[in-house]
Design a protein around this ligand. Structure first.
Ligand code: INI
Length: 156
């Protein structure tokens, strides 16, 4: 029996963090968490990390696709915050971001960490950006590194 389990150390990985400016007050903490996890836990070199800002979560998939297509990155970490309001806007922004990112991941064979918070209110977002419910930016970053190692092991 062969068991494949990825570790999270990936010192040579080249990672693009794509982050929305909308709700940047929350997203700044997601970036901090992601960079910390990549460097401190994943041992990724500072020079191998790019942080790419886009207007909102809706624009993240297009930038992720461009990053994947460029061949300059091994993985993408998508960070943003979509907070439910009283209109259907939330569903479109959150839904399209998530399906667009999955499409990019599958089309370009590249791990994409989904670190886009989709919450009911600001408090829930704060809780997931480095306070009592952890930091979803760190989780998304570590997921990308683990998937890089899993994919590598599958191909070996
Ligand atoms: N973008 C977000 O990242 N989060 C939100 O909560 C949000 N809301 O609620 O409107 C949001 N909207 C902007 C959207 O991502 C696009 O930038 C905009 O529609 C232009 O395409």
């Amino acid at each position: 029996m062969r068991t494949i389990e990825g570790s999270v150390a990936a010192p040579a990985a080249r990672v693009a963090i794509i982050v929305a400016r909308f709700n940047h007050f929350i997203n700044d903490s997601l970036v901090t968490g992601a960079v910390d996890a990549l460097k401190r836990i994943g041992q990724v070199k500072d020079d191998n990390i790019s942080v790419i800002w886009v207007p909102g979560a809706y624009e993240i998939p297009l930038a992720a696709q461009a990053a994947a297509k460029s061949g300059k990155y091994d993985g993408v970490v998508a960070l943003g915050t979509v907070i439910r309001g009283s209109t259907a806007h939330f569903d479109f922004v959150a839904g399209e971001s998530s399906s667009g990112l999955l499409g990019t991941s599958l089309a370009f064979d590249i791990p994409v960490g989904f670190g886009i918070l989709t919450t009911e209110n600001l408090e829930q977002s704060i809780e997931r950006a480095g306070t009592k419910a952890g930091n979803k930016g760190s989780e998304a970053a570590l997921t990308v590194l683990e998937m890089l190692n899993v994919l590598k092991a599958i191909k070996e």
